[in-house]
Design a protein around this ligand. Structure first.
Ligand code: MOS
Length: 763
């Protein structure tokens, strides 16, 4: 075992290498824009240079003179599309702003024309020659701009049903012995993954094939069909590999149906590869947020009052919000809780999911405030979490299915050397460098969604798993293959997994960290169906359910695991008894508590996640604790982060290697969200200024010298059949607060607005 492949502890799978590793490092993995098309035409987007107003006219003469130009599509001649429904209201799309529908401009960088040409270069050249006459109005850019509107999220966002509250906050806060009141702010951020937002569309008769990086092939298929007004079975979305998602590919963007419509009209496949900067405005992003936190505690550190008020930016058209108070009001024991989430509208593109959408900004505020409270109480921040730890969430009193928060704190504190901290700010240094230690909690809801799967087992043990899941870099192929291998008792190398194709059995959106729990539960169930058929053949008189249970490997107690090796199934004997060469089963799994229409929704591409804080009689979260060391130069104020340590508990760890990789990436991103990342907005024009990977700062190896991930053993029998909690979005939460808490310890200066950069250090 190596650091990359940690030794499995109890209730962990083997750290097998990635199923898709060789294909990826040898370049054989085909991404959307790699798919060969027959005689394609190339598209290049023209995007708006203003954020608000309308187009008076286009001058296309110069553009049309470029050799190889086939067509230039604007709102005056674009294929007519049906309305796309807003995702958060149960539809497919991430925005209701549909470009090329009228002359109106809703945001900077909106698609206003598509040039089609015989080559990419010709399309790009012509696009640069498109002249546009605008009537520009003054846009509102962000929170402090004139012309924004602000209103409660509840009542306008269908997903945001309630502002959690309990007890009498005002009275309890008023009477509290120790109080913290503070405002926090997080910036706009763009995920903009490595693979660009490409789309290739090819029609075969009346059937459309779309090659596009997507986190939800069933959603995209149904959404595009709805916009084109055709039967969803006539649309197929293919993407066996996706070069990063982070939420940006969870919902349909307007580009896909536009390209499909043009391909149909021209009767020719079309390939679109937008530029990096276009990705900042034709897809989604994490909007900026503001928070007011009030904490009241007794002298011994027990929270008696907690209020979290959040405000989030959205577009004029859509009431998008993440509403992280559902988590921050439930993390600690407290009898008097109040909260309010508001949406502020400006002339911007609609924001959307970005890795741990609610938890990243909302826990920044709460975990910073907890540190401020610890300072006021003169209490160790780890101990402050301990006295407020709880087995039941305070709003509804529901029990956590499992909660290893303090175990994570203790393990991470030990590995980090927290005990060596000298408590006073500015009391640790190394030459010119002030040293600061900081910590914070993280948590992420355990979510699941209905999923189907088809599994075929051959007499020789070769196994084929088919499921329209998504490999967005997380290790989905690997853990699904492991699940089938363990459950059927066949060697891993005999298992093939087919994903990323909407012609396969439906799987949910690869979002909300639900994929492993959902897809592996479905695969496990279908493998059991196969087992039952085989058992029935060889042991016709025994109870099938009991026999199937005896040989399981996943999510079960050690006692049952021991039974597994005793009773291997003789495949050849079973196939002989059945008199067949192949056994194939299809099945549909839904999580406990999923609504009645779950399977219908699953087939029609509607995401219906259950879990987290929204369950009836319980609440399910994964937890972790993060410790960081920062060094701030006394003279230049340069900030470095030499060490990140995180300990995490997330139920069954399917594969410690892929889990560690997810969590390590999360920690690094969490650090990045504190120290580097921010999309700068020109307040006069409502434009993103640093819309490229040179100016949008992300960490490189030199920024993260030492990252340590500790996986805790945890067993949870109350969440899903495989017993796994999502962890893809766990480690980039709270890290931003841990960094600011460490900056306070190093410098004595509390920074409440991200990102922390050297110009913000004043002491
Ligand atoms: Mo994740 S932001 O839920 O894809």
């Amino acid at each position: 075992m190596t650091a990359a492949a940690p030794e499995p502890k109890a209730n962990m799978g083997q750290p097998v290498p990635r199923y898709d590793a060789v294909a990826k490092v040898t370049g054989r993995a085909t991404y959307g824009a790699d798919m060969p098309l027959d005689n394609p035409a190339y598209a290049f987007l023209v995007t708006s240079a203003i954020a608000k107003g309308r187009i008076n006219s286009f001058d296309l003469d110069d553009a049309k003179r470029v050799r190889g130009v086939i067509d230039i599509v604007t709102h005056e001649n674009a294929p007519k599309l049906k309305e796309s429904k807003l995702f958060s209201n149960g539809g497919y799309a991430g925005t209701t702003i549909q470009p090329l529908k009228s002359a109106e401009i809703a945001h900077d960088g909106q698609i206003i024309a598509v040039v089609i040409a015989e080559s990419y270069e010709a399309a790009r050249e012509a696009a640069n020659r498109v002249k546009v006459s605008y009537s520009a109005a003054t846009p509102s850019a962000s929170f402090d701009s004139p012309g924004t509107t602000k209103a409660a999220a509840k009542g306008q966002n269908a997903q945001f049903k309630e502002d959690p509250k309990v007890g009498d906050f005002a009275k309890a806060f008023d009477e509290a012995e120790v109080k913290v009141e503070a405002s926090y702010e997080t910036p706009t951020q763009h995920h903009n993954p490595m693979e660009l937002f490409s789309t290739s569309c090819a029609w075969m008769g009346d059937t459309l094939v779309i090659y596009e990086p997507s986190q939800y092939v069933y959603g995209l298929k149904n959404g595009v069909a709805e916009q084109l007004g055709i039967d969803a079975d006539k649309v197929r979305v293919v993407n066996p590999y996706v070069g990063g998602g982070f939420g940006s590919r969870g919902s349909m963007t307007p580009r896909t149906a536009i390209i499909a419509g043009i391909a149909k009209r021209l009767n020719r496949p079309i390939k679109l590869v937008p530029t990096r900067d276009q990705g900042f405005t034709i897809a989604t992003y994490r909007a900026e947020t503001r928070h007011e936190i009030k904490l009241g505690a007794s002298r011994d550190g027990k929270l008696v009052a907690l209020r979290h008020e959040g405000a989030e930016m959205s577009s004029r058209a859509d009431p998008y919000c993440v509403g992280g108070t559902k988590t921050t009001t439930r993390l600690y024991a407290c009898s008097n809780v109040d909260s309010l989430v508001s949406i502020v509208r400006a002339d911007r593109n609609t924001p959307g999911f970005m890795r741990s959408p609610p938890e990243v900004p909302y826990l920044f505020a709460l975990e910073s405030a907890m540190d401020e409270l610890a300072v006021k109480l003169n209490m160790d921040p780890v101990e402050l979490r301990r006295v407020n730890d709880t087995t039941n969430e305070p709003i509804g009193g529901k029990p956590y299915t499992s909660r290893s928060l303090m175990a994570c704190f203790d393990e991470a504190a030990k590995a980090f050397g927290w005990a060596q901290r000298s408590v006073a700010p500015r009391s640790m240094s190394d030459g010119d460098w002030l040293i600061g230690y900081g910590c914070a909690a993280t948590c992420y809801p355990t979510q699941m969604a209905p999923s189907a799967a088809r599994v075929r087992l051959q007499r020789d043990g070769r196994t084929r798993v088919e499921i329209a899941g998504h490999e967005i870099g997380t290790g989905a192929y690997t853990v699904i293959a492991q699940t089938a291998s363990e459950r059927l008792g066949v060697p891993l190398e005999k298992v093939s997994v087919f994903m990323g194709d909407s012609d396969l059995p439906p799987a949910p959106v690869a979002g909300g960290s639900n994929s492993t729990a959902s897809t592996c539960s479905a695969v496990m169930m279908v493998c059991d169906q196969i087992r039952q058929r085989l058992f029935k053949a060889v042991m016709p008189n025994e109870s099938l359910t009991d026999k199937a249970k005896e040989t399981v490997g996943i999510g079960q107690t050690p006692a049952n695991q021991a039974a597994r090796s005793d009773r291997p199934l003789d495949l050849e004997k079973a196939f002989d008894a059945l008199g067949v060469g192949v056994v194939e089963e299809y099945g549909e799994w839904k999580p406990e508590g999923a609504p009645l229409d779950s399977f219908k929704a699953m087939h029609s591409g509607h995401a219906r996640l259950v879990g987290g804080s929204a369950m009836k009689d319980k609440i399910a979260y994964a937890f972790g604790a993060e410790f960081v060391e920062v060094r701030v130069n006394r003279f230049t104020h340069e900030i470095r982060c030499p060490r990140l340590v995180g300990a995490f508990a997330a139920g069954r760890i399917m594969n410690p290697r892929t889990a560690r990789s997810q969590l390590m990436g999360g920690l690094i991103w969490g650090m990045s969200s504190a120290l580097l990342e921010a999309t700068e907005i020109d307040q006069r024009t409502a434009r993103y200024v640093n819309d490229n990977l040179a100016d949008y700062l992300v960490p490189v190896n030199a920024d993260v010298p030492d990252v340590e991930v500790i996986l805790l053993s945890e067993q949870d029998d109350h969440i899903n059949p495989v017993g796994a909690k999502g962890l893809g979005e766990l480690a980039n939460v709270g890290t931003n607060a841990a960094i600011c808490n460490a900056v306070f310890h190093a410098t004595g200066q509390r920074i409440r607005r991200l990102p922390v950069r050297l110009e913000n250090i004043e002491v």
